[in-house]
Design a protein around this ligand. Structure first.
Ligand code: ADX
Length: 223
């Protein structure tokens, strides 16, 4: 973590991440789901969350893009009651710059959660490779290999057909600017730890693949 050492000083925790992991029986890590809106990130992440809690009694939490944009990373519209100047200064839009800040902040939160020993599942479109790579570096910097990028690879035609929030329809009508996949880019991961081809399989089958991946990658500690 880069900070001016003369003004803000880092304190080590009395309880280490390793201590927490030992108690929990699993490692703290970040499962970073990325993919188009409507690709199934949140659905799969929530199914994985439930499977882990039920089967492994894991300590887990899902950070969901839509939810986080209601609070910590609210949009300018969401902050309108605080006044125009405040909303403009602190609200995050879907411009490339604001998406980068969205991902930076949530990357910091995910890192904290992982250090607290949680299997942290994030479901953000996170369309830019550089933003995701920055989070990878940050999370892996505080422990080895605890960042797992999971590409939820669903063809845009399917996302658009599903259109669970009616956003593709609005985007096609020109009502939503910078809509990922329509009028804004999505840069697919080049080397994700897990590539979920989410076509012709159920969300449950996709979630199972994730849980198996975790088993094979040393997330669950043998007691
Ligand atoms: S990100 O690009 O900054 O990572 P994030 O995951 O927080 O996006 O939010 C994406 C969600 O916001 C989508 O699932 C969709 O519901 C909604 N949304 C609203 N406007 C846009 C837009 N222009 N592009 C993509 N998603 C949008």
């Amino acid at each position: 973590m880069t900070q001016d050492p003369t003004t803000v000083v880092w304190h080590d925790h009395a309880v280490s991440t390793a201590d927490r992991e030992k108690l929990n029986g699993h490692r703290g890590c970040v499962l970073w789901f990325t993919g188009l809106s409507g690709s199934g990130k949140s659905t799969i992440a929530n199914l994985v969350d439930r499977m882990l809690v039920e089967k492994n009694r894991a300590h887990t939490f899902v950070l969901d893009g839509d939810n986080v944009r209601h609070g910590l990373n609210a949009t300018p519209e969401g902050l309108a009651t605080r006044g125009e100047e405040y909303a403009k200064r602190f609200g995050l839009t879907f411009s490339a710059e604001d998406r980068a800040e969205n991902i930076r902040r949530i990357g910091c939160v995910a890192e904290l959660f992982a250090s607290a020993g949680l299997i942290t599942l994030t479901a953000f479109v996170s369309p830019y490779r550089a933003d995701r790579e920055a989070v990878r570096r940050q999370v892996n910097g505080s422990g080895d290999g605890r960042f797992f990028e999971i590409f939820v690879d669903t063809p845009i035609a399917i996302c658009e057909q599903r259109d669970p929030k009616g956003l593709y329809k609005k985007a096609r009508a020109g009502l939503i600017p910078n809509f990922t996949g329509i009028s804004d880019p999505y840069e697919p991961p080049e080397k994700p730890e897990l590539h979920l081809v989410n076509e012709g399989i159920t969300p449950e089958a996709a979630a199972k693949q994730v849980v198996e991946f975790l088993s094979h990658n040393g997330v669950f500690l043998s007691t």
